[in-house]
Design a protein around this ligand. Structure first.
Ligand SMILES: C[S@@+](CC[C@H](N)C(=O)[O-])C[C@H]1O[C@@H](n2cnc3c(N)ncnc32)[C@H](O)[C@@H]1O
Length: 221
């Protein structure tokens, strides 16, 4: 079940407005270019920021996400035939013969158990062409990002066209390594609605990531 910030029909439309600088998307586009990837699968595409950039660069794209509200935001931005939007999770992707699958943002950290992570890797493998690539980002636990996040309750107010002023309050609610939980509380000033979104991320070490990839039979072959 995706977090409310992705799945709630009032929160998904405000997600991009609170998202930080997205340099990572340009980096990902660059990698797609280096790999010569023409068919790209964006796993956990969310509101479609990367999928749309990939399509605009002439690639054929599949954007998959289990949060329908985020997919609706993505579809409203871009209706190009170059993107197939799929409502589904990483473990149950349709065949796509992708040259490259990508997971940006927190996607690789939403799989909290080893079993869920293994199922996601298997699902992605099945959607890749033989010898296709998987590129993803995940935070290094050694940087202890949660300590910086926990140092303060962050408040940000954004005036969003068509929605009005929305306040986001973010706080770390639990650190039980390797899991870190964060709460976002959103207040819509137009009608006073308050909606809470809880998220938990798993921080895997490089060794854990590497061994989990090797453990997957398809990846080892
Ligand atoms: C932080 S957002 C990142 C969205 C997008 N990749 C980006 O970079 O803007 C994490 C996304 O992972 C999605 N997600 C959660 N569980 C998932 C799963 N089991 N399979 C695929 N995506 C999932 C969420 O719905 C959400 O859209």
């Amino acid at each position: 079940m995706p977090d409310a910030i992705f799945a709630h029909p009032r929160l998904a439309p405000v997600y991009d407005w609170f998202d930080g600088d997205r340099d990572d998307l340009a980096a990902c586009l660059g990698i797609a270019g280096e790999l010569g990837a023409e068919r790209v699968l964006d796993v956990g595409c969310g509101t479609g920021c990367l999928a749309i950039l990939l399509a605009e660069s002439g690639r054929t794209v599949m954007g998959a996400d289990p949060a329908n509200a985020s997919l609706e935001v993505a579809k409203a931005k871009e209706a190009t035939a170059r993107i197939t939007w799929v409502h589904g999770d990483a473990a149950t992707l349709p065949p796509f013969g992708a040259d490259l699958a990508v997971m940006t943002g927190n996607v690789a950290q939403v799989f909290l158990t080893d079993e869920d992570w293994a199922r996601a890797l298997q699902g992605i493998h099945a959607a890749l062409r033989p010898r296709g690539y998987l590129v993803f980002e995940t935070r290094r636990p050694g940087w202890r990002a949660w300590e910086k996040w926990a140092a303060e309750v962050r408040r940000l107010v954004v005036d969003i066209p068509g929605i009005g002023s929305v306040e986001q309050r973010s706080e770390v609610t639990d650190v039980s390594l390797p899991l870190v939980s964060i709460r976002g509380t959103y207040t819509f000033h137009a009608d006073g609605a308050v909606i809470v979104s809880d998220s938990t991320l798993r921080f895997r070490s490089r060794d854990e990531v590497e061994s989990s990839l090797v453990r997957q039979q398809p990846f080892a072959s």
